[in-house]
Design a protein around this ligand. Structure first.
Ligand code: SIN
Length: 289
């Protein structure tokens, strides 16, 4: 499958940042910036442009304190509080991402965009990994514009106007019980368009994922299951992906509106530990902006 994304050619050279693309389709490593220092507006504008062009940005050797990481997140919008996950003491916006020899699971071990069950799912997430296993613990990212573009015109027409249910209940209930987190009475559930229009780029992206999306509204159960099965297999084609190898103090900043990710738990019994801030988003829409 041809995957080169013509829209990823930089609109103009970068003046303040170095931007090295990981694959022709998604992901760029950014250097020439210390995210722990106040970020001048001109540099921030270039981060925003690189984010729109590349969908996920990687920064190495940052080693941000909780305060520095939340301050960086706030440059892009209000911060989101996770409906279930444990957080860093004194920093309710800083979700803990951790697995070690005592874990029976690890975060993000299925293709998803974060908390898509929210009525207004997060626009982006910024994860810093502070402790890495000796090998493994990589994260995969996939481009949902490319996944949409690669569909046939007939399939695009079929999906046009359809909505899907995104449910947090089966994902979150009991998930963090072993870490002492009590369940809420109800977890979020929302209907979203199967194809959403990105509010910044105006491009169409597939917006169903195998973690949260349970059915397509208005289709018989068997038809909905078959269509979702097809879309879940289609959207993780390797041609749409990049894979990031973490080092301590590296950060990934991904766009939940047009990318999905999958964290690989292949390092048990080793420990992997990090902090994630998540930035609030808006209600997904399909159609002209
Ligand atoms: C997640 O935020 O889904 C976890 C990602 C990761 O641990 O790499």
């Amino acid at each position: 499958m041809a995957s080169q994304d013509a829209a990823r050619q930089p609109a103009a050279p970068y003046r303040h940042l170095r931007v090295d693309q990981l694959t022709p389709t998604i992901g760029a490593e950014i250097s020439g910036i210390d995210l722990g220092e106040p970020i001048p507006d001109a540099h921030l504008r270039e981060i925003e442009r690189a984010f729109a062009e590349n969908l996920v940005l990687f920064f190495r050797d940052q080693h941000l304190s909780p305060r520095q990481q939340t301050d960086f997140g706030r440059r892009f919008g209000d911060l989101h509080h996770h409906p279930a996950a444990p957080f860093v003491e004194g920093h309710p916006e800083l979700m803990i991402i951790a697995a070690d020899e005592n874990s029976s699971r690890a975060n993000g071990e299925a293709w998803h965009s974060d908390v898509s069950c929210d009525a207004e799912p997060p626009m982006g997430s910024i994860l810093q990994i502070l402790e890495c296993p000796p090998t493994g613990g990589d994260t995969l990212f996939a481009n949902m514009y490319s996944a949409y573009d690669a569909l046939s015109d007939r399939m695009k027409a079929h999906l046009d106007g359809l909505e899907a249910v995104h449910d947090g209940e089966h994902v979150y209930r009991g998930l963090y019980a072993d870490l002492g987190v009590s369940d809420r009475p109800l977890y979020p559930r929302a209907h979203h368009p199967v194809v959403r229009t990105h509010p910044v780029t105006g491009r169409k992206a597939l917006f169903v994922n195998s973690a949260f999306t349970t059915r397509i509204v208005g289709l018989p159960g068997a038809e909905s299951d078959a269509l979702l099965r097809y879309l879940f297999a289609h959207l993780i084609h390797p041609a749409f992906q990049c894979r990031f190898r973490w080092t301590p103090g590296s950060l990934a900043f991904w766009d939940n509106r047009c990318a999905q990710h999958h964290a690989i738990w292949d390092y048990w019994p080793a420990r992997r530990y990090g902090h994630r801030v998540t930035i609030k988003g808006c209600k997904p829409i399909q159609g002209d902006l």
